[in-house]
Design a protein around this ligand. Structure first.
Ligand SMILES: CC(C)(COP(=O)(O)OP(=O)(O)OC[C@H]1O[C@@H](n2cnc3c(N)ncnc32)[C@H](O)[C@@H]1OP(=O)(O)O)[C@@H](O)C(=O)NCCC(=O)NCCS
Length: 278
């Protein structure tokens, strides 16, 4: 019998997150009735995922990142899928799950890889080095390492729709404020900006601006979130938009609304009409 199989039933789902008895609920040691009305949703997310309540400036940054990504309209696959799923007669939870399932490496989920990149750059910096030349060298080496692995699109940069993603500069300005107050180091904001500069240098001066995943990636890296959690945080945020769009679509009289209007048919690229062989 393995060590795991020897566990008592009470240890089977052992967790440091929540303690519960009839009439008692504690998250990480704090009574729920003390948290309710005192902490915001972002602080609760931080407490549950990180084990401690965040400082006020950290909570403000996390809140900003969660607010920034809630919705990107029905041209974002996640939002379109939430709406389309709803018209198929599924429940709102199914619509939200279908939508968040497409938050992958290219759409919405790039934050995880972006934080991995920022952390890898930070790990390349010589002990204590924070100057622009050292950061540029570390970023260049890391982008070259990505290219050697066949990754041409640097995660967290570029956007299908916006030439300049309006969310990114605002988020970075909040990180700058927090760094000035000494609440975060500001190192990852510098790394993010340098990544943008190095991409431009490699493209003969053509810039590929930081997108929402890059900017929230800066926040998450500054706050020390492990990369896989960053994707989850984006999913949490985007779930709000998926919920709102699924609900709005459910109020329409559409049933089974396809991805394009039914009178617009796709381009067929296969063989012409032919006989089924005998
Ligand atoms: C979001 C994304 C799919 C948009 O792609 P797109 O608008 O179709 O851009 P293209 O792939 O046509 O790229 C246009 C040019 O910019 C370059 N480019 C685009 N994004 C780039 C990036 N992240 N890193 C480096 N170069 C990039 C392309 O290499 C291409 O260069 P070329 O004109 O010399 O061939 C793309 O930028 C990307 O994959 N980014 C990384 C993933 C990411 O952060 N996703 C979250 C988006 S919110």
């Amino acid at each position: 019998m393995s060590e795991r199989q020897k566990l008592s039933p009470s240890d089977w789902w052992a967790t440091s997150i929540i303690e519960m008895k009839p009439g008692m609920i504690r998250y990480r040691g704090y009574a729920i009735e003390d948290l309710i009305g005192r902490v915001g949703f972002a602080e609760m997310v931080y407490l549950l995922t990180r084990g401690e309540l965040p400082s006020k400036p950290a909570a403000k940054l996390l809140e900003a990142a969660l607010v920034a990504a809630v919705d990107h309209g029905p041209q974002a696959p996640s939002i379109a899928i939430a709406r389309m799923a709803m018209t198929c007669g599924v429940g709102i939870n199914n619509a939200m799950a279908s939508a968040t399932n497409v938050l992958g490496d290219v759409h919405g989920g790039a934050g995880e890889q972006c934080v991995e990149l920022f952390n890898a750059v930070a790990a390349r910096l010589p002990e204590g080095a924070r100057d622009a030349a050292a950061i540029t060298k570390a970023v260049t080496e890391e982008i070259e390492a990505l290219a050697a692995r066949g990754i041409k699109h640097v995660p967290g940069f570029g956007h299908r729709f916006h030439h300049l993603d309006p969310r990114a500069p605002r988020i970075l300005s909040l990180v700058d404020e927090a760094a000035k107050e000494g609440a975060v180091s500001g190192l990852f904001a510098a790394i993010g900006r340098t990544v943008e500069d190095v991409i431009a240098q490699r493209r003969g001066g053509k810039r590929v601006p930081m997108n929402i995943d890059g900017a929230t990636g800066v926040v998450f890296a500054e706050l020390g979130f492990p990369p896989p959690l960053c994707r989850g945080l984006f999913v949490l945020s985007r779930s709000v938009g998926c919920l709102a769009h699924a609900w709005e679509e459910s109020q329409s009289d559409y049933r089974n609304k396809g991805p394009i209007p039914r009178d617009q048919i796709w381009t067929y690229t296969g063989p012409g009409p032919r006989q089924v062989p005998e």
